[in-house]
Design a protein around this ligand. Structure first.
Ligand code: SIN
Ligand code: MN
Length: 213
């Protein structure tokens, strides 16, 4: 399928679901790259929040590390093991730029958070607001790629109590939120076991969120 033929669904102003954005070979390439990087010393770990609660996912930050205790970005994983953060592969950043373009946004990602959700994986409702104030004010988008098992993605409004939509994110889907939707609350509900394409991701769901600091 041609990239131009793929549909873009507007979820709300500034938020777009791009079903099937990634071809199967692209998903395979991203998955094997993430597995490879994830095995390095500065690879996947389970973040522990300042409350002491363990997040229900494994994470690997590229470009800059998101510190789960301070909510700041840094070049060394000071809340984990002090190791230097691995760089973002340029090929992945380019793909994210292409997805943003389809939603009429421009982003130059220098942060990539890679999340690996097991069958009980979850991510509570939150805003992505730890990037620079200039980035947030300009509405420079977050670009998200999903690979492996399908999840229930929850997307709300600018207040925690605003109405929310549930969107099934399948393997290969992209989701882009910027402009007036940049600070919308969102989260990950259930991950549906055994729903991903066979042989692409070992188990559960892989999510990549590209951000500009
Ligand atoms: C995130 O909100 O940072 C990750 C979203 C997802 O896993 O789809
Ligand atoms: Mn988020």
């Amino acid at each position: 399928m041609n990239q131009q033929d793929k549909q873009t669904t507007r979820v709300k102003e500034g938020a777009f679901h791009l079903p099937g954005f990634l071809s199967l070979p692209e998903q395979e390439r991203i998955a094997s790259l993430c597995l490879e990087l994830g095995k390095n010393a500065a690879g996947f770990y389970q973040p522990v929040l300042r409350s002491g609660a363990k997040m229900r996912l494994r994470m690997m930050c590229l470009g800059r590390h998101w510190n789960a205790k301070t909510y700041n970005y840094e070049l060394h994983r000071s809340d984990v093991d002090g190791l230097a953060v691995q760089p973002i592969p340029a090929t992945l950043a380019k793909l994210a730029e292409r997805a943003a373009t389809l939603a009429d946004f421009i982003v130059r990602p220098d942060i990539l958070l890679v999340n690996w959700y097991g069958k009980d994986g979850r991510l509570g409702l939150h805003q992505d607001k730890d990037e620079r104030p200039e980035t947030l004010q300009a509405g420079i988008p977050v670009v998200s790629f999903s690979i492996g098992d399908t999840c229930e993605f929850i997307f709300g409004g600018l207040s925690r109590s605003d109405p929310r939509k549930k969107i099934a994110l399948h393997s290969g889907d992209a989701f882009v939120f910027g402009g007036p939707a940049r600070l919308c609350f969102h989260g990950v509900g259930r991950v549906l076991p055994q729903t991903g394409p066979s042989g692409v991701w070992p188990s559960g769901r892989l999510n990549l969120t590209f951000r500009q600091f």
